[in-house]
Design a binder for this molecule. Structure first.
Ligand code: URA
Length: 211
């Protein structure tokens, strides 16, 4: 059986920005800007081993074979709504990527994920999917989103979150041991409302200023 992989992104710039984001008095504008910056930095880590191919180019001095990434084969899969806060930064690093969306809401009583939207680009079997959701909390949305995504048979799947709870990671890996998770921190636990603690609160509300 595949051993589940967790890539903890410990880069000091990511950790510093995450600390700023956790603070409760940060403005919506600053929270959003920091998430944008962190998502660019995390995009470097999640694409670190992307395959490259050689193309022939001409420098001012001579012809050479030089490596290029085929960004068109990447699809970012946004778990709505908080995942969209991760998207722009990722697209700055991989501008040729396509974007899919999964709409799920957490039933407040059962915390189970219910799907209301699903739209992916064509030819998913040729694409490497990078799923975006800042908070891997119970893991129920992530499990459901990846389950649904697997029906489209992408070439590979990675999952990127800003924060993860140990319970969410365990749940996710129990269902998807083949999907590596990239995260900037694994916090202590979930509270009784399914929030990550110490965490940063409701990521969607903080990105969009809805509370
Ligand atoms: N979703 C959030 O936005 N925050 C949490 O702590 C858990 C789920």
């Amino acid at each position: 059986m595949t051993k589940p992989q967790v890539h903890l992104i410990s880069h000091p710039m990511v950790q510093h920005k995450l600390t700023l984001m956790r603070q409760k008095d940060l403005s919506t504008m600053s929270f959003r800007r920091l998430l944008h910056e962190i998502s660019m930095l995390m995009a470097y880590e999640v694409t670190r081993d992307m395959p490259t191919h050689l193309v022939e180019i001409e420098t001012p001095l001579e012809t050479m074979q030089a490596p290029m990434i085929d960004g068109k084969k990447t699809v970012f899969v946004v778990i709505m709504r908080a995942g969209s806060g991760f998207l722009d930064g990722m697209l700055e690093v991989v501008p040729g990527a396509r974007v899919g969306h999964v709409g799920l809401y957490r039933d407040p009583k059962t915390l189970v994920a219910v799907e209301y939207y699903f739209k992916m680009p064509q030819d998913m079997h040729e694409r490497d999917a990078i799923v975006l959701d800042p908070m891997l909390a119970t893991g129920n949305s992530a499990v459901a989103a990846v389950e649904r995504l697997k029906e489209t048979r992408p070439k590979s799947i990675r999952f990127v979150s800003l924060l993860a709870a140990p319970e969410g990671l365990a749940n996710f890996h129990a269902h998807h041991p083949d999907v590596p998770v990239y995260t900037a921190a694994i916090d202590r636990q979930l509270n009784e409302h399914g929030y990550i603690v110490p965490g940063l609160g409701d990521a969607g509300d903080r990105i969009f200023g809805t509370k």
